[in-house]
Structure formats: structure tokens, C-alpha cells
Ligand binder design. Structure first.
Ligand SMILES: *[C@@H]1O[C@H](CO)[C@@H](O)[C@H](O)[C@H]1NC(C)=O
Length: 290
């Protein structure tokens, strides 16, 4: 009896410790920057909601140069039409860089789409869209961005879905000179998100909840308090694990995975949208071998 209650006490302390440490990890790395009252922490999970009154968003407290960001997300269950949940990195200002995952909701049973985009010096227009090979509303899956001097890789459960390669030697600018913060948000985008904006958000099905856990940022941190140029020098000179030669490109297995994703799951690629870009964007001509 005594042993079993001691055991139970130990067990509950452990569970308590896990949940506290996960919330602590969120609080250590991130803070809500939009609608803090639309957040709820439930055990290991951070829930963020969209309702008629507001969306919500969190951002990292620090900025980073290079490294890997990984978050596990469970997207809005059931009817998510009209909603967009985004997970991205971005620097500031009109010439900012940005790496985006945008999850476009859908009516119950219809597939979520994942749109990725890359902004360089304030210019985006590099959308790709794919359907996932699983239902992202049933379980947590990991979404990550790996960033170094040679490439930006978007990954879903460690499978690369997109690579943006440094082609500076071809005269194409590559984002490697601005520290970036990490963000996630959920908002109403029913003017464009679902079936081109034809399906509107049904507020009677709200609130729309995206759930998060497993927050990981492993990069060169540039604390915003230190003068910017000092930061940049420290960050750009540091040879972190992300500078390892093996990470300057995909390995053979990853290249095969990316080919599989592109062949079987991609439904839109700006590189092949000749109506929109009569002249194929230069980086597409060079990215073609991926
Ligand atoms: C939603 O479902 C429809 C029908 O299956 C599909 O055509 C569309 O691509 C899906 N996603 C979005 C974001 O519209």
C-alpha cells in the first residue's frame, strides 16, 4: 500500500515535471505576440485558437542566424476551411528574408494543403503547394527548417519537401545576411485560402485550434539587446554544426525522398507556372535537377 502510493506519487511528480518542462520550454523560447488570451497550455501541449474575435500568434524571443528549427504541430481538426496556420522564420524590414510553411485548411474530410514560400530581399512569389501523405489533423507531426550558408531545407517528419539552394555564383541573392525570428500564427484567410477563396470560414464550427509541442531551436542565437553589427559578426563567423560539409546538400536518401514528394504530392510549383511567369525564374532553371 505504502509502496504503491509512493509509486503513484513519484509517477505524478514525473508527469508534472514533464508538463511543466514543456511549457517552460515554450516560455523560454517564445512568447505570444498576438492575442495572449487565445493561448492555453494543456499538459505538454500549447493550444492556439482562432475565433470570430481574433487569431493568435507567437514568436521567438531571440533572432537566429542559421541552424534548425523544429516544431510539432497538430492542425485544426474537422472543418478548418478558411483558416491558415503558418510556421515561419523572418527577418525585419522591407528587404527582409522569410521561409514559410502555410497550412491551408479545408472542409471536413478534404485535404489540408501545405504551401511553402521563400522571400529574399522582400520579394516572395516562390510558392509551392503539396498534399501531405498523412492527415495532419489526427496526430502531431514535425515541421522543420534547416538553414545554412548553402541551402534552406523544408522538412516534414524529416522528409525534405523543398530545397532552396544558394546560387550566388549565378548572381542570384541568397538569404544569409539577416538574423531571423521564428513565428507561428493562425488567422482567418477565407478570402483566398480554401479552394481559391470560394469556401468561407464557418464560425459555427469554431474555435479553430492548432496544437503545438516539441519546440526546438538549435541555431546561432543573436540576442536582440546587443548592438546589431556585433551580433551579425559573431553569428556569421561562428562555424556551427550546420556548417558541416555533409549538410551543404541533401544526401542520396534525402534526394530520393524529395523526388518522391515532388512526383507524388506536389500540386503547384511556381517554377512551372508559365501563365504567371512567362520567363522561367532564373533560380528554377538551376533548381531543376532537384
Ligand atoms: C480542399 O479540398 C478540395 C477538394 O478535395 C481540393 O481541391 C483543395 O485543393 C483542398 N485544399 C484547399 C486549400 O483548397
Amino acid at each position: 500500500m505504502a509502496v504503491s502510493s509512493l509509486f503513484r506519487l513519484t509517477l505524478s511528480l514525473c508527469l508534472l515535471f514533464i508538463s511543466v518542462s514543456s511549457a517552460a520550454r515554450f516560455n523560454e523560447l517564445f512568447h505570444p505576440y498576438w492575442a495572449p488570451d487565445h493561448f492555453a497550455i494543456e499538459g505538454q501541449t500549447v493550444n492556439m485558437k482562432l475565433d470570430k474575435s481574433s487569431g493568435a500568434g507567437f514568436s521567438s524571443k531571440s533572432k537566429y542566424m542559421f541552424g534548425k528549427v523544429n516544431i510539432q504541430i497538430k492542425l485544426v481538426e474537422g472543418d478548418s476551411a478558411g483558416t491558415v496556420t503558418a510556421f515561419y522564420m523572418s527577418s525585419d524590414g522591407p528587404k527582409h528574408h522569410e521561409f514559410d510553411f502555410e497550412f491551408l485548411g479545408n472542409t471536413t474530410g478534404e485535404p489540408y494543403l501545405v504551401q511553402t514560400n521563400v522571400y529574399v530581399n522582400g520579394v516572395g512569389n516562390r510558392e509551392q503547394r503539396l498534399k501531405l501523405w498523412f492527415d495532419p489533423t489526427k496526430d502531431f507531426h514535425s515541421y522543420s527548417i534547416l538553414w545554412n550558408r548553402n541551402l534552406v531545407v523544408f522538412m516534414v517528419d524529416e522528409t525534405p519537401i523543398r530545397v532552396h539552394t544558394n546560387l550566388e555564383h549565378k548572381g542570384i541573392p541568397f538569404p544569409k545576411d539577416q538574423a531571423m525570428a521564428v513565428y507561428s500564427s493562425i488567422w482567418n484567410a477565407d478570402d483566398w485560402a480554401t479552394q481559391g477563396g470560394r469556401v468561407k470560414t464557418d464560425w459555427t464550427h469554431g474555435p479553430f485550434i492548432a496544437s503545438y509541442r516539441g519546440f526546438e531551436i538549435d541555431g546561432c542565437e543573436c540576442p536582440t539587446k546587443i548592438a546589431n553589427s556585433d551580433n551579425m559578426r559573431r553569428c556569421t563567423s561562428s562555424g556551427g554544426w550546420w556548417d558541416r560539409p555533409t549538410l551543404s546538400g541533401l544526401n542520396l536518401h534525402q534526394s530520393h525522398q524529395l523526388m518522391w514528394v515532388r512526383a507524388n504530392h506536389m500540386i503547384y510549383d511556381y517554377c512551372t507556372d508559365t501563365a504567371r511567369f512567362p520567363t522561367v525564374p532564373i533560380e528554377c532553371q538551376h533548381h531543376r535537377h532537384h
